[in-house]
Design a protein around this ligand. Sequence first.
Ligand SMILES: [Zn+2]
Ligand SMILES: [Zn+2]
Ligand SMILES: [Zn+2]
Length: 155
Amino acid sequence: MTSEDTAFGSVALDLMERALDAQGLRHTLPRRTMLEVVAGMGRPFTATELTERVAGRDPHIGRASVFRLLQLLRGSGLVERLHGPDGELYTLCLAREHHHHVTCTVCGQTATFSLEDDRAVARAVERIGFRMEHHVLQVFGVCPACREHTEEPSR
Ligand SMILES: [Zn+2]
Ligand SMILES: [Zn+2]
Ligand SMILES: [Zn+2]
């Protein structure tokens, strides 16, 4: 873990604590444990991975508690659900403004980006008679680290 990851983790932990406080939820030790694990994940994770890591810290915290927390965090917008290479993934995401995710098909890591002309999405559906309410757009690709490992250097 780099110091950058650790800094991100503590900012994320603080934001998650505050979001749950705002929903009137009590501070409990299991809650703190689960949040610390989420903050330390470092990359998108499956609900099963999260449950296993949490159980490694405290075997008394079950799947139901982990799922309930994930739903609360999704409600606060700090955790997002993404499509991963092999199914559903959750990711901690602190971006507040409208954005999209690009997810690596090799390692599952994700990054955010924005479109230069985001209104183009609304216009495209207006052309077929829809009025857009919102959109979710996710791109798949190969991240810089995986490209380095998988692509032949060009000659
Ligand atoms: Zn996001
Ligand atoms: Zn990758
Ligand atoms: Zn958009």
